[in-house]
Design a protein around this ligand. Structure first.
Ligand SMILES: [Zn+2]
Length: 81
């Protein structure tokens, strides 16, 4: 009798972003109010034909620290009016 040795298979976690064209997605931005880089919250501001407009708010003081137009869905979206 030999204890069944199950080889530990770890899934490759080292999936680093290879693409240099990764979409800009900030997790921290400089907040002028806190005077340092702060974690941000992403808030959907507007839905435009060319994409979704997001606003980044400082997670601490909720100052707006940036905006972004997310075009990833643009072109695929069909507006049904
Ligand atoms: Zn802040």
């Amino acid at each position: 009798m030999f204890g069944g040795g199950i080889p530990g298979r770890k899934p490759g976690v080292s999936a680093r972003a290879k693409s240099q064209f990764d979409e800009f997605d900030a997790s921290e931005l400089y907040c002028p109010n806190c005077r340092r880089a702060m974690p941000v919250r992403k808030r959907l501001l507007l839905i435009l034909p060319e994409g979704d407009k997001y606003e980044y708010l400082c997670a601490r003081c909720l100052t707006s620290v940036g905006e972004k137009l997310d075009k990833s869905r643009a072109g695929d979206v069909k507006l049904i009016i």
